[in-house]
Design a protein around this ligand. Structure first.
Ligand code: ADP
Ligand code: MG
Length: 393
């Protein structure tokens, strides 16, 4: 009998990365019984999906139980796992349906905290964990008070729930913030935070090192099984691609990610996830930004699903989606694979170009020579001098 996984919003980058990882594992002989089904609301974009089967659905019809029922009728058996690839209201809705759908999620009370960036902040700041000072604003007076308390030249405003920089902008006066929040009716669901020094002009040599410099973005992606770490990896996000398309410069589309083997980031992240009342279970990720002293501060916890860029990690040997399914099915996996990927591997992507995986040393030597040659696409990594790990985790 097949094991059928349903990927929601499978025609978006996060879903596509997740499915690419599973298909890569299947090509290598894993999960012969696994059937990957995806939902898509776009008859053209769904042509890009690599699901074994993709079902078209009407995005305005949010009755997921009904969609699942339709697919189950079609395949003649129950769906075994539903995986949501979008945050906020989508994740909360799926979490609330856990009695009717098979999901692999944290307890619902925790999903509520992780999906709300202010609740996450409150929990962590009360425990002395590193976070930028943040205020939930319910009125113009709250904005004035936040500016007085933060006492810096600029603040960072954003929605409490969402992804890809939803509602984010930088401001240097209360008037700007009040005007914008009034216009968008944003009271009670926006925060005003200390602005971390993003856009600091760090040199390429600094950015391509494993140290952290002001404003750099750091991410940690992990998978747990009832309190036991399965695997985790730290990366630096080197820049947002298409940053000119949004007011904040945040697009949710990483231009380049580089693996860094920072055990201290793993240890801090592990301590953070264990500060909640649970045995960590399933997919967990954390985003950080480095402050003026290069000390990282947490801006969000992304539990319940993986970040978008899972495929590059799979190319480097850490296939988190495959392990996620194995854990859910109670199969034997690796344990404690902390930063297993080779260090300094950079995955570079941009619309219109084939993605490339390259080691930082190549870039550093090109920086000094001032010339470059065409690179292999990431999928043909085996041909490059920095091939994939011999050992798969
Ligand atoms: N306090 C802050 N100061 C400056 N930039 C921030 C701050 N918080 C978030 N950002 C920027 O927004 C990006 C996205 O934030 P993140 O917390 O990952 O939320 P999401 O991915 O849901 O938008 C960060 O990588 C960073 O570039
Ligand atoms: Mg994020």
């Amino acid at each position: 009998m097949s094991f059928d996984i349903l990927v929601l919003h499978s025609d978006r980058s996060t879903g596509m990365n997740f499915v690419q990882c599973l298909q890569e594992a299947k090509r290598q002989g894993w999960g012969k019984d696994i059937n990957i089904i995806g939902l898509s609301s776009h008859p053209l974009r769904m042509q890009l999906c690599k699901n074994d089967a993709t079902y078209l659905f009407d995005e305005d019809d949010t009755d997921i139980v009904k969609h699942v029922g339709r697919i189950e009728k079609d395949i003649g058996k129950p769906i075994d796992l539903v995986y949501e690839t979008k945050s906020a209201v989508y994740m909360l809705d799926i979490s609330k349906l856990r009695n009717r759908l098979p999901v692999f999620l944290p307890p619902h009370e925790l999903v509520e905290v992780f999906e709300d960036k202010f609740l996450t902040y409150k929990h962590l700041s009360e425990r002395g964990l590193p976070v930028p000072e943040t205020h939930l604003v319910n009125s113009p007076e709250d904005v004035e008070a936040a500016f007085r308390s933060i006492a810096k030249n600029a603040v960072w405003v954003r929605e409490t729930k969402g992804q890809a920089g939803l509602g984010a902008f930088s401001a240097s006066t209360p008037k700007e913030v009040i005007g914008e929040l009034t216009q968008r009716n944003g009271w009670r669901h926006h925060t005003v935070a200390e602005k971390l020094p993003i856009n600091t002009p760090n040199t390429w040599e600094d950015q391509l090192s494993s140290d952290f410099f002001p404003g750099e973005m750091v991410t940690w992606a992990a998978l747990y099984n009832n309190g036991q770490l399965i695997g985790s990896q730290v990366r630096k996000r080197l820049y947002w691609e298409h940053a000119d398309l949004t007011v904040s410069g945040v697009t949710g589309y990483s231009g380049a990610n580089m693996t860094v083997s920072r055990r201290d980031v793993h240890d801090l992240s592990d301590k953070i996830v264990r500060s909640f009342d649970w045995k960590p279970h399933g997919a967990v990720g954390i985003d950080y930004v480095a402050d003026e002293n290069g000390k990282i501060k947490l801006t969000e916890i992304q539990a319940s699903r993986f970040y978008t860029s899972t495929y590059p990690l799979a190319l480097l040997g850490l296939n988190l989606p495959k392990l996620y399914i194995d854990v859910f099915r109670g199969k034997e996996t690796c344990n404690d694979a902390i930063n297993p990927c080779p260090e300094g591997m950079i995955y570079i992507q941009r619309f219109g170009a084939e993605s490339v995986m390259i080691h930082r040393d190549t870039i550093l030597s090109e920086l000094s020579s001032g010339t470059s040659r065409p690179k292999f696409a990431a999928g043909s990594l085996g041909n490059s001098s920095h091939g994939p790990l011999k050992h798969e985790f």
